[in-house]
Design a protein around this ligand. Structure first.
Ligand code: DAH
Length: 342
């Protein structure tokens, strides 16, 4: 047994010291040590000379020797084919490299917050295409060709087909939902919109909106106000005050804009609210009868309200972001600061 141990120790030294310059020498190594007439096989044959009480121990030693030779062969093979640079063995017990966890985009976080509040009131979510035809983006929304209110939004037209635009607002999705002809409708429509504006800290050529639409029999302006009151309370807290200002949108009549007391300064006046104490957060109104009939809905039977709000502005206020461009630059140093479960 001692003889055998000495012999194996010598073999191991020889195996460790062996280097192969090319694949031919690796093959020579294999034949010499691992071949059918190789040294490993011959050494294994020594088992028969070991005393019975030592057979178990000898078996383990011999097996370990065989694995040693095989491992060295794999190493030589890998380095000769260029897969591994040096003869280091691989430590499979080393912990793996963890994948860095991502985080949700702040616009997604704000979108999810807005959506989840309205979902609790029974609003379902719908989406529509970002490339729209003139009818869905303008015509059906009571903005016929040459209507002066088309200039309220600077539109990107698709050069190949002047009937196509990059949608300027999510109101186009209202039309798509109404055209489906399934009533009542209680929908929330988040998405990206495009306007031909100079990119700066305060404006961008694309941003995000959430549109809301509720159509049923006997829907009134009071329903609109209560729905939005609930939203503001959930979103900005119960102490925030709300005011409606009369406004104009071609697709609603009457139309209003809704302000909330500035949640930065609490209403006393700061840069965000331009010292007025109020921040505008959305446009809204009762869906214009022309819009209903454009979509095949009887305006004498059904009424409805609609509203639309931007996502970036509330996100900037909530997270203290002072430059709109940060949202679209994909700088990981910016993005990784946002963590949330929703
Ligand atoms: N589409 C308007 C915009 O982009 C926002 C808006 C105002 C949507 C009033 C509405 C609404 O649904 O009723 O400026």
């Amino acid at each position: 047994m001692d003889n055998l141990l000495n012999q194996i120790a010598g073999y191991k030294n020889e195996i460790s010291a062996f280097t192969a310059a090319d694949e031919k020498q690796v093959e020579e190594f294999r034949i010499k040590w691992l071949g059918t007439k190789g040294i490993v096989k011959a050494t294994m044959g020594e088992m028969k000379n070991v005393a019975p009480e030592q057979k178990k121990e000898a078996g383990q030693i011999l097996n370990e020797f065989k694995q040693f030779a095989e491992a060295r062969y794999e190493e030589l093979k890998a380095s000769a084919t260029g897969a591994v640079q040096t003869g280091f063995s691989i430590d499979i017990s080393l912990p793996g490299d963890t994948m860095p966890l991502g985080s949700r985009h702040p616009v997604t976080l704000m979108r999810n917050r807005i959506v989840s509040i309205f979902q609790r009131l029974g609003f379902a979510v719908a989406e529509g295409p970002e490339i729209e035809d003139d009818w869905h983006n303008f015509g059906a929304l009571n903005l016929p060709a040459h209507h002066p209110a088309r200039d309220m939004q600077d539109t990107f037209y698709i050069q190949q087909n002047p009937d196509w635009v990059l949608r300027t607002h999510t109101s186009s999705v209202q039309i798509r939902e109404m055209e489906k002809g399934k009533l009542p409708i209680r929908m929330l429509m988040p998405g990206r919109v495009y306007r031909n504006e100079t990119v700066s800290a305060r404006s961008h050529c694309f941003f995000h909106q959430v549109e809301g639409l509720y159509i049923d029999e006997n829907v009134s302006f009071a329903d609109l106000k209560q729905t939005l009151y609930f939203f503001v309370k959930e979103m900005y807290g119960k102490d925030v005050k709300v005011r409606f200002r009369p406004s104009y949108f071609p697709f609603t009549e009457p139309s209003a804009e809704m302000d909330v007391t500035c949640f930065i300064c609490g209403g006393s006046g700061c840069n965000i609210c331009k010292k007025t104490g109020w921040v505008e957060i959305l446009g809204c109104g009762m869906v214009h009868p022309n819009v209903l009939s454009n979509c095949g809905i009887d305006p004498n039977k059904y009424t409805g309200f609609a509203f639309g709000m931007g996502i970036e502005r509330p996100a900037m206020l909530k997270y203290g972001v002072n430059d709109l461009r940060l949202f679209s630059e994909n700088d990981v140093r910016f993005l990784k600061q946002f963590t949330s479960a929703i």
